[in-house]
Design a protein around this ligand. Structure first.
Ligand SMILES: *Cc1c(COP(=O)(O)O)cnc(C)c1O
Length: 397
């Protein structure tokens, strides 16, 4: 049976280059970078080298990067640090959007319970926010704006540079969760006026459990984990050398082939979108062009996303209904609700995220598989019968 992995927004397969970079760190460069002896120094050099390679890809200095256990930790640390800094100046207002990753939203929930005020900007039906919304929401006591670079469920790309410019002008810190963007879209923290940025290796063919937080020079970072003085006291714990070295290799590879990959993958994405749009009463989620090269997200009326996923799995198509974090729960995706999809429609969602390894045959097979499964599920659904006989009216025309 064909096996088609279309869940690259949840995680990616490690690239051969990343694996090759990682392996010697397990048994050769095994020292603790804090040790003064030669094995320790070799590890310390590997760490510095990786930091320099990563810094180059984002146009920052190596000292502005702190390694973390991944995107969630970077998001938590960025937001907590900015909040603490704000509180010291009597500024306790934070601006974000309704469709951030839970690593951001749940951190904001916690801060709200600790006395911060949070404004969540409405997301337009096309999955974008306007920079003017940020400008209008900024108050005297705003200490942070946090808006994701690209959405993990519907793939839409936010006007980060414009938001950054507004924040810089108004003297407010700007954080962006760039976990879906890093390695896939060009990022220039200086040109885009970004103060804090989160990334995670496993979303660009690096290993899981490693990421980084960029913090502009002069912005003090608060440590979430107490312990040793690693990462210049900003993040305790012996550095994950294999992970960090492999992340640098994966990022270099992804950035080196970014244009080529984006052209190839977005052509396949558009072919997949065109194919799925032929299914009656279906709708694409998110702007058709201002989206990640590999992201396809649809809602199908009269369908339960979970049944769709299980039947697709039987056909060797590995997809998701939204974010991996909400799968297993019966709540509809907060992202789809944020762009105004009604509950019953949000339940019938399907996210297919492509990679450089996806082929045109994979796409054509997937279109056929989804078309068959949707039609099969509808043929058994009492809701669908009511829609067809006019007892209930269609939401998606
Ligand atoms: C995957 C993801 C995260 C979490 O990253 P981890 O490394 O898995 O903790 C955060 N934000 C976005 C947008 C993501 O896609």
């Amino acid at each position: 049976m064909r096996q088609i992995y279309l869940d690259n927004a949840a995680t990616t397969k490690m690239s051969p280059a990343a694996i090759q970079a990682l392996l010697p760190c397990l048994d050769q460069v095994y020292g603790n970078p804090s040790s003064l002896h030669s094995p320790g120094q070799r590890a310390s050099e590997a760490l510095s080298h990786a930091r320099e390679r990563i810094a180059r890809q984002f146009n920052c200095t190596p000292r502005e990067l702190t390694f973390t256990s991944g995107g969630s930790e970077a998001d938590n640390q960025a937001i907590r640090s900015a909040a603490l800094l704000g509180a010291r100046q009597g500024k306790r207002h934070i601006i974000s959007t309704a469709f951030e990753h839970h690593a951001v939203l749940h951190t904001l929930d916690r801060l709200e319970r600790e006395g911060f005020a949070v404004t969540l900007l409405d997301v337009h039906e096309n999955g974008l926010i306007q920079p003017e919304q940020v400008a209008q929401a900024i108050r005297e006591d705003t200490c942070l704006v946090t808006v994701m670079y690209a959405n993990n469920e519907i793939g839409t790309i936010q006007p980060v540079a414009e938001i950054g410019a507004i924040c810089r002008e108004r003297g407010v810190l700007f954080h962006t969760d760039a976990v879906q963007a890093a390695g896939h879209l060009p990022i220039d923290v200086q040109g885009q006026n970004i103060d804090l940025l989160s990334l995670s290796a496993h979303k660009f063919h690096g290993p899981k459990g490693v990421g980084a937080l960029y913090v502009r020079k002069g912005v003090p970072l608060t440590s979430l984990i107490e312990g040793g003085a690693q990462e210049r006291g900003k993040r305790a714990g012996t550095e994950n050398i294999p992970g960090i070295v492999a992340m640098a290799a994966a990022l270099d590879e992804a950035c080196g082939r970014m244009e080529e990959n984006a052209a190839k993958v977005s052509a396949l994405r558009d072919r997949l979108i065109a194919g799925l749009a032929n299914i009656p009463h279906s709708i694409l989620n998110g702007d058709p062009t201002r989206r990640l090269p590999g992201n396809v997200s649809f809602c199908f009326e009269g369908i339960e996303g979970e049944s769709l996923l299980l039947l697709l799995d039987d056909k060797g198509v590995y997809a998701s209904s939204g974010s991996a974090c909400t799968s297993g729960s019966l709540d509809p995706s907060h992202v789809l609700l944020a762009i105004g999809r009604p509950h019953e429609i949000a339940h019938g969602s399907l996210r297919l995220t492509l990679s450089e390894e996806t082929s045109q045959e994979d796409v054509d097979y997937t279109v056929e598989a989804v078309t068959q499964v949707v039609s099969y599920l509808r043929s058994m659904s009492p809701v669908w019968r009511d829609l067809e006989t006019g007892k209930q009216s269609f939401v998606i025309q």
